[in-house]
Write a protein that binds this ligand. Structure first.
Ligand SMILES: Nc1nc2c(c(=O)[nH]1)N[C@H]1C(S)=C(S)[C@@H](COP(=O)(O)O)O[C@H]1N2
Ligand SMILES: [Mo]
Length: 197
């Protein structure tokens, strides 16, 4: 009986309709970083959005927390094939942060403390699809997972969710970021298995 029910639950999990093709479920939270974890003090932390006019919109840690904060429940999918379902986050919607940004450019480069970059179309950051997240599972975001704050773009592979986010720069063209220059897909839709070039 035990063996049968284990086998059954294993099979039903493999076929979870929330699991994109080629992904497996994990219960823990792997850490994947291309370099060392930068130390970013919230007293010095700032988040900026720069548009093509050169105008820079700037938020301190306290200013970010004074904005409306969303509770976000979402699945996340890493290109190395692990997925976590039903993760919970808190953060500020990019819709809120882009409200006063005047731009006609359609692409964004995300820049992190520590130098990581990743490119995302602006449309993929708006309409409730992306956040600057600073809590995971009811706790402040751990440094190894991107604390004090990370970009969260959960409908794309997780490499687009830049940890230790520092700012967004509007781009005219869809220039590749760090992993995209190193063979990862320019867009990264997990449901289309857009893993590598
Ligand atoms: N700044 C920065 N952000 C990053 C990365 C990184 O190396 N540096 N790795 C990316 C990749 S490939 C993944 S899968 C996720 C991993 O996030 P986690 O370590 O919280 O699981 O962060 C993404 N964001
Ligand atoms: Mo990843």
């Amino acid at each position: 009986m035990g063996i049968v029910s284990r086998a059954f639950s294993g099979r039903s999990r493999e076929h979870d309709p929330n699991l994109p093709p080629g992904q497996y479920l994990t219960e823990d939270f792997p850490v994947l970083s291309a370099g060392p974890t930068p130390e970013v003090d919230t007293a010095d932390w700032e988040f900026t959005i720069r548009s093509e006019s050169g105008q820079v919109h700037r938020w301190s840690w306290d200013e970010l927390h004074a904005l409306p904060i969303d509770d976000v429940g979402t699945d996340i999918h890493c290109v190395t094939r692990w997925s976590k379902l039903g993760t919970s986050w808190r953060g500020v919607s990019l819709d809120t942060l882009f409200a006063d940004v005047d731009t006609s450019f359609e692409y964004v480069m995300a820049h992190s403390y520590g130098g990581y970059t990743t490119n995302v179309p602006l449309d993929d950051l708006l309409d409730g699809k992306a956040w600057i997240a600073f809590e995971f599972d009811g706790e402040g975001l751990e440094p190894e997972h991107g604390g004090p704050a990370r970009l969260l773009v959960p409908h794309l592979y997780f490499w687009k969710s830049a940890k230790w986010i520092r700012g967004l720069v509007m781009m005219e063209d869809d220039d590749p970021g760090f992993w995209e220059q190193n063979g990862y897909h320019i867009y990264g839709d997990p449901w289309l298995e857009q893993r590598y070039w």
